[in-house]
Design a protein around this ligand. Structure first.
Ligand SMILES: [Zn+2]
Length: 151
């Protein structure tokens, strides 16, 4: 089973922030998801995290871009894994057993973000919103993280 994409029609003026799961048909989305491996594969960068790390994770900040169910082998056992993908090439996964819920994270890249100037952003064709705006680029994968610090 492939990942699912949230139908991103939320956030329009007058609408509420609801998302609906739809199949992934876009070639770019499919190629991106393929980089995280197949149904029985442990995703890249996969590591168990504590409940405290989970509570501080992007899971509670970002709307997931995709969700996926997988069955993977962990410690000689098949485990149902529920995966939540975020736009920044990272994800959170969960499994459950008789002892409770286990949390994991995974990622394509352990980003090394470096802030660039407005001029550098413009040279690269990246939007830069001015003085209170920050654009950071990952030195390893070109992921762009932009945010406004004006509050
Ligand atoms: Zn990166």
């Amino acid at each position: 089973m492939a990942g699912f994409l949230w139908n991103d029609d939320g956030g329009k003026e007058g609408s509420v922030m609801h998302y609906r799961l739809t199949g992934v048909h876009d070639k770019e989305d499919k190629e991106w998801l393929e980089r995280f491996g197949t149904y029985n594969a442990v995703p890249p960068g996969f590591i168990r995290i504590s409940e405290l790390e989970f509570s501080r994770s992007n899971f509670f900040t970002y709307m997931p871009k995709y969700v996926e169910h997988r069955q993977v082998r962990l410690n000689q056992k098949y485990v149902n894994l529920y995966m939540y993908y975020f736009h920044d090439h990272t994800g959170i996964a969960m499994s459950s057993d008789q002892q409770g819920v286990k949390y994991y994270k995974f990622f394509l890249c352990q980003h090394e973000l470096k802030e660039i100037s407005r001029q550098e952003a413009e040279d690269k064709g990246i939007y830069h919103g001015g003085t209170m705006y920050h654009v950071e680029i990952c030195q390893k994968c070109d992921y762009v993280h932009a945010y406004d610090s004006s509050g």
